[in-house]
Design a protein around this ligand. Structure first.
Ligand code: GAL
Length: 740
């Protein structure tokens, strides 16, 4: 029998601290730190005991990812390593185990080793050192199931089939002989197909066919099936399961088609980093990010800029129906020959790890924004196509007329912003694909970044700037929706992120997100969210703090209301309410254009001038002629409510949960310029990640809590004026993260 157990607990870090994985080598402040603090070697050690039931079995350790250049030793002997910081590796212990206790040592190197991608140049993100993903101990029979690939053939046909390829792991070179059994089940466990065959070679391929009445995996209804594989040999039984889905995904010159239906890509780029803990937040945080992207931002795709991300994240994208464009590690710089070899290897590692995810629709096989290197990219494309003929490749560049070696021309189009930067053309949201590719014919084409550094915007920035931030995201989305030759657009980026001194605002943060580092939305988040159908969620977000004197010259006009309602009513004080429709003239192509309230709708006298009384307001969104949603603003906000919201009321042992703290006014709106500190105390079965006393930024802050024992975690957040809010989080008894 195979057992895969969590191997995260009881590691000795740097010879002194007992730590649990995932772990960041250096916990960092929120901002203004020296990123070199983690750029050195660190040591992790773990003692474990040889078990009698391991005799005759194969024992290995699975590292989901280690940053970076891991070297692994057992009882002082070097037994393997892995340079890349983003892909998993397995180290065989079997031949080196001793009776009694054994010591596993992992030396990692947080320095930016120029021989390892993405390093060698300057990169706009941080690569926080640590064993930052989970580690598992795997015990199998000498003959076991190794890599397995599930390909869905003719997904659109009434009668579907699944092609399965399996490699047998046979480190002792035994005679391969056994019986193999495969079974497909649906989520309720009903068996839909099965197959049994004799195995006498290292590789097995077979097809399960005549599968009828099956559902497609789609972004609305992401139906997954389970494939269970079993190998019976003389030495025993091995079983694995994986999930998969039936879907077709194709980028064409006329757009992107999912299951034959055109879907305009509306996405954002995601860095996998968090405040304080860098890369080292586990399953819950990874899954939560996928939910935020899908459910809060209403995106249909995420780009894993600029590296393979956690399997917890990708598994969840499969479950919730969020498309993924997955990337290899790299940023602008291409290194020497060994570096290039690692890059080609990285393509293979990424694809072999992730080829069974229905959510992944595109492999990135170019170093993000590098120059053409035909020899290198011919190889990365070849490897991708050989390993996975079912998916297209992409190569993200910022240069035009680059050699198109990939299936999809993917472009970071930062043209919007050029107009104020000495550019010689009028304000332009996106260039046409022909201008970029220089080709006479149309090709599959996708915009993979826009905005970002062209218009960094903090959640504490002036309302006027945030309104312009919103407009720029809307303009690019509108242009993408309006151009049949563009498959869609992926904005830079979802969340603010810590970065090197050479980028960002000097505070070691790139404030490029539509959400801050705690994943609290800026106004621009609603440029995306408001594009969903009202049946999904009714969105109404006036882009204002509702104050007379926040903008230059005063007032709140022009006022953008991000919404999917048909019409908006604005009631200002006791004045006669006005009904205003979405601005289709300015945004003809968006699924839902914003309402823009300006002097066409209110005279200056009506809204009042500088020096006149400022009044309350009510915005009401109408659907089918009826009021459907409302937001109220008070003209005299004072701190009224200290809100403390945990993402989950119950968590597993050794996992994390995010908690958001907000200070709200009488109408329930955040106080955008409230800088006062809150004190966060965590006791009982968990610990707080990050500092105890933190300022509010734009009316909110966040933190993560890690469960350490069974029982209750007690949170208490206090503020001088608003008192203390107590909350409890239950840690589920004895449940630990298991691999899927
Ligand atoms: C791009 C780059 C991203 C990020 C972005 C900021 O050039 O690919 O990683 O730096 O600029 O706008």
């Amino acid at each position: 029998m195979r057992t895969v157990t969590v191997f995260n607990g009881d590691w000795l870090f740097e010879g002194k601290d007992e730590v649990c994985l995932p772990h960041t080598a250096v916990e960092l402040p929120f901002s203004y730190f020296d990123e070199k603090v983690y750029q050195r070697e660190f040591k992790y050690e773990k003692i474990f005991w040889m078990q009698s039931e391991w005799i005759g079995k194969e024992i290995s350790v699975l590292f989901e990812a280690v940053m970076s250049n891991a070297k692994v030793f057992l009882n002082g002997e070097f037994i393997g390593g892995h340079k890349d910081g983003y892909t998993p590796f397995e180290i065989r212990l079997t031949a080196h185990l001793e009776n009694g206790h054994n010591k596993l040592t992992v030396i990692i190197d947080g320095s930016e080793n120029p021989n390892i991608p993405p390093f060698g140049g300057r990169i706009d993100y941080l690569t926080f050192a640590g064993i930052y993903r989970d580690v598992f101990l795997k015990v199998t029979e000498p003959l076991s199931i190794g890599l397995y690939k599930v390909e869905t053939l003719d997904a659109m046909a009434a009668s579907k089939s699944v092609a399965v390829t399996i490699e047998i792991d046979n480190p002792r070179n035994h005679n391969v002989l056994g019986q193999f059994y495969a079974e497909i089940t649906d989520l309720s466990g009903d068996v839909l197909a099965e197959k049994s065959l004799l195995v006498d070679s290292k590789e097995i391929s077979f097809i399960l066919d005549n599968l009828i009445n099956l559902d497609l995996w789609d972004i609305q209804n992401p139906v997954l099936y389970t494939l269970r594989l079993r190998l019976d040999t003389d030495s025993g039984r091995d079983t694995v399961t994986t999930h998969f889905g039936f879907r077709t995904a194709e980028f064409t010159p006329d757009g992107f088609f999912l299951n034959g239906r055109e879907v305009k890509i509306r996405g954002l780029n995601r860095h996998q980093s968090y405040p304080y803990s860098g890369y080292a937040l586990g399953k819950n945080a990874q899954e939560r990010d996928a939910e935020i992207l899908k459910n809060d931002l209403k995106l249909n795709l995420v780009r894993t800029s600029h590296y393979p991300q956690s399997k917890w994240f990708l598994d969840h994208c499969d479950r919730i129906g969020l498309l993924v464009f997955e990337e290899i590690p790299g940023w602008q710089h291409i290194g020497e020959d060994d570096w290039k070899t690692e890059t080609i290897e990285n393509v293979g590692r990424m694809i072999r790890r992730d080829w069974n995810h229905p959510s992944i629709i595109l492999w990135g096989v170019r170093i993000n924004e590098s120059n053409d290197d035909d020899a290198l990219y011919a190889q990365t494309n070849r490897v991708a196509h050989e390993l996975d003929p079912t998916r297209q490749t992409a190569g993200v560049r910022y240069i035009s007329e680059s050699n198109m070696l990939e299936d999809v021309y993917t472009m970071n189009d930062f043209i919007l912003g050029d107009f104020e930067n000495g550019g010689n053309r009028p304000r332009t949201a996106l260039r046409s694909q022909k201008e970029i590719t220089g080709l006479n014919n149309s090709v599959p084409y996708l915009v993979t970044e826009f905005n970002g550094h062209m218009f960094p915007t903090k959640s504490t920035d002036q309302e006027q700037r945030q309104a312009e931030h919103v407009i720029r995201h809307l303009e690019v989305l509108d242009a993408a929706y309006g151009d049949d030759n563009i498959s869609g657009a992926i904005g830079w980026c979802a969340f603010d992120y810590n970065t090197h001194k050479d980028f960002g605002s000097g505070d070691r943060i790139c404030h490029h997100g539509v959400m801050d580092m705690f994943r609290e939305p800026k106004f621009a988040a609603y440029a995306y969210a408001s594009q969903c159908e009202p049946s999904d969620e009714i969105i109404l977000k006036p882009v204002t703090f509702w104050a007379r004197g926040e903008r230059n010259i005063g007032g709140v006009l022009p006022l953008i209301v991000l919404t999917n309602c048909e019409e908006i009513e604005l009631q200002y004080g006791d004045h006669k309410p006005k009904m205003i429709k979405p601005d289709r003239e300015r945004f003809p192509n968006l699924p839902n254009a914003p309402v823009i309230i300006d002097r066409r709708h209110f005279s200056e006298d009506e809204l009042g001038l500088w020096g006149m009384k400022w009044e309350d307001a009510v915005f009401t969104g109408y659907i089918d002629g009826k009021p459907a949603i409302e937001q109220r603003f008070t003209s005299e906000p004072v701190p009224t409510v200290l809100e403390v919201k945990a993402d989950m009321a119950e968590i597993d042992l050794k996992s994390v949960v995010r908690v958001i703290v907000r200070v709200l006014d009488q109408a329930g709106n955040k106080l955008p310029f409230f800088p006062e500190p809150v004190t966060i105390d965590v006791s009982g079965a968990g610990r707080r990640i990050g500092p105890r006393v933190v300022p509010l930024r734009a009316g909110s802050t966040g933190f993560w809590v890690q469960s350490e024992d069974n029982g209750l975690i007690k949170l208490s957040v206090s503020h001088d004026r608003l008192g203390t809010v107590d909350q409890k989080i239950q840690v589920r008894l004895g449940v630990d993260n298991e691999p899927s």
